[in-house]
Ligand binder design. Structure first.
Ligand SMILES: [Zn+2]
Ligand SMILES: [Zn+2]
Length: 131
């Protein structure tokens, strides 16, 4: 069986990346950082690796908690969220993916941190951290 490839790019097109196969985890993240970064709860997918196609040198990396190993990479030109590095893998923004079957989030994470305006899907399990 051939593994599916999904691609995405930032708004201006300077950054492009791809992931192969299905994510280890797909979820809605309600943490304050994702909400501040995106203006909404973030649909994220965790893969073991994200393959940068172009623009990897033109990203701005931001580590909110120094030493955490959690680094959010955004395009220096258009500001789009491009991908995030976790100690356990790399995170792609599900809302920006193109190609392949839809990746549907299967749970909510960082629910204790959710904003007053967040929409919850009550049929999905809720966690206060990564499950
Ligand atoms: Zn861009
Ligand atoms: Zn988050």
């Amino acid at each position: 069986m051939t593994e599916v490839t999904r691609t995405w790019s930032c708004m201006c097109g300077a950054f492009e990346a791809k992931v192969i196969g299905d994510p280890a985890l797909a979820c809605w993240c309600h943490c304050q950082s994702c909400r501040k970064q995106t203006g909404a709860a973030m649909q994220l997918g965790v893969w073991s690796d994200v393959e940068i196609v172009k623009g990897g040198d033109d990203l701005i990396g931001f580590e909110k908690t120094p030493g955490s190993g959690v680094i959010r990479n955004s395009c220096a030109k258009c500001g789009s969220f491009c991908y995030k590095i976790l100690p356990s893998g790399k995170v792609a923004p599900l809302g920006a993916l193109e190609g392949g079957p839809t990746v549907k989030p299967t749970c909510h994470i960082f629910v204790a941190d959710k904003g007053d305006q967040d929409v919850m899907f009550p049929e999905l399990p809720q966690h206060d951290a990564f499950p």
